[in-house]
Design a protein around this ligand. Structure first.
Ligand code: UFG
Length: 348
């Protein structure tokens, strides 16, 4: 019996795979490497001592998925795979709807065919859209997100809810994430966008390691304590552990369940910059820039339900996250260079 983890080499997926393996579970990863690297698999093996099964293809490919379900007895699915760049989703809506919806539909078809009855779906706080009633809780009516990426999360949630209603023997859990940051404490896995980072902490990391000159702070005129955007930043390891709790809870129950996973607290852009500087003893040059289109002022989550029903509690702080992120920035790139040097010497 194995847990199928789609997108298992990505930022959140790889941390979840580590936690699952450390719980003694067997893991099968499907990841098309569109925003990840095969190197992550070796790093997962280095951390856990176990190399999970890995299949490099896009989850929408039904024939290849079938082969995986034929080969392994899948007991649960954790579906992380998906396109996730908010800005890009507005310029490429078709790609986003195509990939992010068809991947879920393909998995649901496989569930029916192979009698797999349990799935956890990666959703996002972005489904709450822009609203004044904070913190966001699971009981709020979901209408529209501010971008196509967010809309794909809402549509996926609807599809999963309807399938769960039609199949009372299924257990489907939707996890709505706050902003995941940080990296594994080993410094071996973390967030490594292949392009210029869109998200705040990866951008700060690159400024700290002098790969980028300065951070642009998108707006200082929001109605927040210091005028900059406020988010609920959760350490990716805490978030990953939330999946293990959700998985354990699903074993003995059915139905459709939704949980927020966050810290319940908001941190501004400038507070995150200050924490990074203080904890890592580096200066982060920044300038105030215009607001980024589609951004909201404040987002943080009510996590009472996950606490009460799953026993979810974050243990790591923003300070841990910024230290771990910088360790990954330094260690991760050092390892990359060593690998490159090795490759070059093999060529010679
Ligand atoms: N920000 C900057 N400069 C940057 C990048 C970001 O000032 O270079 C600011 C943003 O304006 C915002 C905050 O930092 O106020 C956080 O921005 P991120 O891009 O890191 O995160 P978002 O809140 O925009 O979105 C993230 C994920 C989404 C997810 C959402 C859930 O990218 O996928 O969190 O809340 F849906």
């Amino acid at each position: 019996m194995a847990v199928l983890v789609t997108g298992g080499l990505g930022f959140i997926g790889s941390h979840a795979v580590v936690e699952l393996l450390q719980e003694g579970l067997d893991v099968v990863i499907v990841d098309d490497l569109s925003n990840s690297s095969k190197e992550v698999l070796s790093r997962i093996a280095k951390i856990t001592g176990i190399k999970p099964f890995f299949y490099p293809f896009n989850v929408c490919k039904l024939n290849k998925l079938k082969e995986v379900f034929e080969k392994h007895i899948i007991s649960e699915i954790i579906h992380f795979a998906g396109f996730k760049a908010v800005g890009e989703s507005s310029s490429k809506p078709l790609e986003y709807y195509d990939n992010n919806l068809n991947s879920t539909l393909a998995l649901l078809k496989m569930m029916e065919k192979y009698q797999v009855k349990k799935m956890i779906f990666s959703s996002s706080a972005t489904v709450y859209g822009e609203r004044d009633d904070l913190p966001f809780n699971e009981g709020m009516t979901i209408t529209h997100a501010t971008n196509p990426y967010g809309e794909t999360k809402i549509m996926n949630e609807i599809i999963l809810r309807d399938v769960a209603i039609s199949r009372p023997d299924y257990a489907i859990t939707v996890l709505r994430y706050a902003n995941p940051i940080g990296a594994h404490s080993s410094g071996l896995i973390g967030e490594k966008p292949s392009d210029i980072p869109n998200n705040l902490l990866p951008y700060i990391q690159r400024v700290a390691s002098k790969k980028l000159n300065e951070l642009a702070v998108f707006g200082d005129d929001y109605p927040t304590t210091d005028g900059t955007g406020v988010r609920d930043y959760i350490h990716v390891t805490d978030l990953a552990k939330g999946h293990v709790l959700a998985l354990k809870k699903m074993v003995a129950r059915t139905g459709f369940h939704v949980y927020n996973l966050g810290t319940g607290r908001g941190t501004s852009v400038l507070e995150l910059v200050a924490a990074f500087e203080r904890e890592n003893h580096v200066k982060i040059p920044y300038r105030i820039a215009a607001r980024r289109s589609g951004d909201i002022a404040t987002s943080y989550l009510d996590v009472t339900l996950a606490k009460n029903e799953l026993g979810f509690q974050t243990k790591l702080t923003i300070n841990d996250a910024v230290r771990d992120a910088y360790r990954f920035e330094i260690r991760g790139s050092k390892l990359d260079k060593t690998k490159l040097l090795k490759k070059e010497s093999i060529k010679k």
